[in-house]
Design a protein around this ligand. Structure first.
Ligand code: SF4
Ligand code: F3S
Ligand code: FES
Length: 232
């Protein structure tokens, strides 16, 4: 089938502002948007820039806005989109070129919540054990692939780039509720900041956008409740 790709292009070296370009792609219904982008880059216009790595929904590098929704290009089949596919970069980040955005501010917020296990006790001889129930408390948020689809679909983030955003809160949740970790209070203090969890207005765009099916809004609510119950 023939599919028209309408792509928002921007090259800061030559363009004053973004513009749209259209490409006709010969595709199979079961091809993905990523296959279409590869076709364009390899056969029609080698200057098109986009990120991808794994091609299978694991690395999180090809999040972009597809027909108005944040999706992973490698996980969306063309047959589910019809004959016209509109592709734009993630909203709220500086565009480096075409569909490639500057992720550094996003990762700075991720690093700010200490996304690693903190435990200052002497290392045990074997594993630090935890029960299945303790493990279940943070299972959902272990699935995050840091694609940024959630943060860049949040209207609060669009209005105020200082907001730490749902992805960083998900990363913090994964450790705050880990029974082996000892830095929950420090993370809760960081998220209690004026740019932290209280900026969230429970819009749910983040949960809708997450390609891993994480209940992002629930994770944020878990953290808000933990702050209210804690005495750090
Ligand atoms: Fe992506 Fe979901 Fe992680 Fe947000 S929570 S960064 S949408 S995987
Ligand atoms: Fe934004 Fe998600 Fe909260 S969309 S307002 S972070 S529920
Ligand atoms: Fe890795 Fe799509 S290319 S998630």
């Amino acid at each position: 089938m023939k599919v028209t790709f309408r792509i928002k292009r921007f090259n800061p070296e030559t363009d004053a502002r973004p513009h749209w370009e259209e490409y006709e792609v010969e595709a199979e219904p079961v091809d993905r948007v990523l296959d279409g982008l590869h076709y364009i880059k390899w056969y029609l216009d080698g200057t098109l820039a986009f990120r991808r790595s794994c091609g299978h929904g694991i690395c999180g590098s090809d999040a972009m806005m597809i027909n108005g929704r944040n999706r992973l290009a490698c996980k969306v089949l063309l047959k589910d989109l019809g004959r016209k596919v509109v592709v734009e970069p993630l909203r709220g980040f500086r565009v480096i070129k075409d569909l490639v955005v500057d992720m550094e501010p996003f990762f700075a917020k991720y690093r700010a919540v200490m996304p690693y296990l903190v435990n200052n006790d002497p290392a045990p001889e074997k594993e630090r054990l935890q029960s299945p129930e303790e493990r279940a408390r943070y299972d959902d948020t272990t699935k995050c692939i840091l694609c940024a689809a959630c943060t860049t679909s949040c209207p609060i983030f669009w209005a105020n780039g200082q907001y730490i955003g749902p992805a960083a809160i998900v990363a913090a949740h994964r450790f705050i509720f880990d029974s082996r970790d000892q830095a929950a209070a420090a993370r809760l203090e960081i998220l209690n900041d004026r740019s932290g969890v209280w900026r969230c207005r429970t819009v749910f765009n983040c949960t809708e956008a997450c390609p891993r099916g994480i209940d992002v809004t629930k994770a944020i609510e878990d953290v808000k409740r933990a702050i209210l119950l804690s005495r750090f």
